[in-house]
Ligand binder design. Structure first.
Ligand code: SF4
Length: 448
């Protein structure tokens, strides 16, 4: 952002209508200057002002979109170097490399492996997002055949990996409507690749292993030719070089506002890796340090599960605890005699307790209290999970109409609340449950 809040304010309607969720246009302008809101949050801005502000408020790392529909993958659009400053916006996209010289059966197995990689964790859908089709056969016909086959088999995002413009064109002819990433333009082929990117309207990766100066010069040349959706590959294939290059690229884009490096990045941690441990270690560096796309050679559980967890941790908003809605949840098909448990709305707490109740096979009611995303003990210490709140929640959620009994199971860690809750809820009995969620199944089965 090149303008101050006051300068931006001059372009706003100054009606203080509040539609942007800020009380005044000035408040909105200050947030926009700090890159904490998007310009489109104000629906009343004039076309002329929008044009000016769009240019100056463009994120320092360009937003690039791959894929289509609900499998669109957004990368870039980052505004900070460290997640505690604000948050990282778009998680690293994970891809599996599939060579076109594999047999059709092997290709089908790889696609199935990508499909099987989808899982849910703490309420979020996790998956390998893309398939990177590599032109190992060096045959345009085979590349076209394989890209079509993979596109027919899956709605995953696609990366077409070939330095040969003829082979790339054959793949694009089959899959351009899926908006794949072309990988890659080099000093040698950049004019032909730029022409293809413009013809098929697809994003283009830029590759140079001759240093960041050469990479930025190539990106600048492509942008000047009219290809603006670029993804950078510095050719780093070791952990140290990846860390150094990715950090310098992000720093140049964000701190120096150096446009030729203000693009998302792609890395290949499996290339040259001796084993899957080395691949996952390099990929982990990519997740933590700014890689927008990570192309893996294998997505076996020992590789993909730690990356899912790491990616989820890095790309949550540190200022917004993950939380679930405050309400009474049915676990299984509980009836009026089923046990009633209560805990806080921190996502991890909710999903762990939910999982253990499901493991018990005892249909239950689970009352979730809004603790502003804090776990049980922290919420109790901060007075956000206390007897008056719990009593109020029981009443507001009309729990007494859903269960015949008057027994409330509280987490073992807050057994100290028992007496107070019983005072706040006359006629109710508080049962102290296990301290650890892992003991819930045994506890519920013994209760049943
Ligand atoms: S929506 Fe636009 S006009 Fe309304 S207060 Fe926000 S910035 Fe001002």
């Amino acid at each position: 952002m090149g303008l101050t809040g006051i300068q931006i304010f001059k372009y706003l309607p100054k009606t203080n209508c509040g539609d942007c969720k800020f009380p005044t246009c000035l408040a909105f302008a200050m947030r926009l200057a700090a890159a904490q809101v998007r310009l489109d949050a104000c629906p009343h801005i004039s076309a002329e002002a929008k044009k000016i502000l769009t240019e100056v408020s463009a994120p320092p790392v360009r937003l690039v979109k791959l894929g289509t529909g609900d499998r669109t993958i957004e990368i870039g659009d980052e505004t900070v170097l460290f997640r505690h400053e604000k948050k990282f916006n778009h998680p690293s996209g994970l891809a599996l490399a599939v060579a076109d010289n594999l047999s059709d059966q092997e290709i089908e197995q790889k696609v199935q492996q990508v499909k099987d990689s989808a899982m849910e964790r703490v309420g979020q859908q996790l998956r390998v997002d893309l398939i990177c089709i590599q032109d190992k056969a060096k045959d345009a016909g085979r590349f076209a055949q394989v890209t079509k086959k993979i596109a027919d088999l899956t709605d995953s995002g696609l990366i077409l990996d070939s330095l040969d413009p003829e082979i790339m064109k054959a793949g694009l002819a089959e899959t351009a409507s899926r908006k794949p990433l072309m990988y890659a333009a080099t000093e040698e082929n950049c004019d032909q690749m730029a022409a293809l990117a413009k013809e098929y309207k697809t994003p283009l990766a830029v590759y140079s292993d001759k240093g960041l100066e050469a990479l930025s010069a190539l990106a600048e040349k492509l942008a000047a030719s009219g290809v603006e959706d670029l993804v950078l590959d510095s050719g780093a294939r070791t952990a140290g070089k990846m860390l150094s290059d990715l950090t310098q690229i992000r720093r140049a884009g964000i701190k120096k506002k150096f446009k030729p490096l203000g693009y998302p990045t792609i890395v290949f941690p499996g290339q040259g890796a001796e084993n899957s441990l080395m691949e996952v270690a390099r990929a982990g560096i990519g997740v933590m340090k700014y890689a927008s796309l990570i192309v893996l050679n294998n997505i076996n559980n020992e590789v993909i599960l730690p990356l899912y967890t790491l990616r989820q941790n890095i790309y949550t908003d540190p200022q917004q605890p993950m939380q679930v809605e405050e309400k009474l949840y049915k676990i299984g098909e509980p009836d009026e005699n089923s046990p009633l448990l209560i805990t806080t709305n921190f996502s991890l707490t909710y999903f762990i307790v939910l999982g253990e109740i499901e493991n018990s096979k005892v249909p239950s009611w689970l009352l979730i209290a809004n603790s502003e995303g804090l776990s049980v003990l922290t919420a109790w210490a901060a007075d956000k999970f206390n007897a008056p709140k719990i009593a109020k929640l029981v009443k507001n959620q009309t729990v007494e109409e859903k269960v015949n009994h008057r027994n409330l199971i509280i987490p073992g860690y807050v057994s100290i609340l028992s007496g107070e809750i019983e005072e706040e809820l006359p006629g109710w009995k508080v049962v102290v449950g296990p301290r650890e969620a892992a003991n819930i199944p045994k506890f519920l089965r013994e209760l049943a």
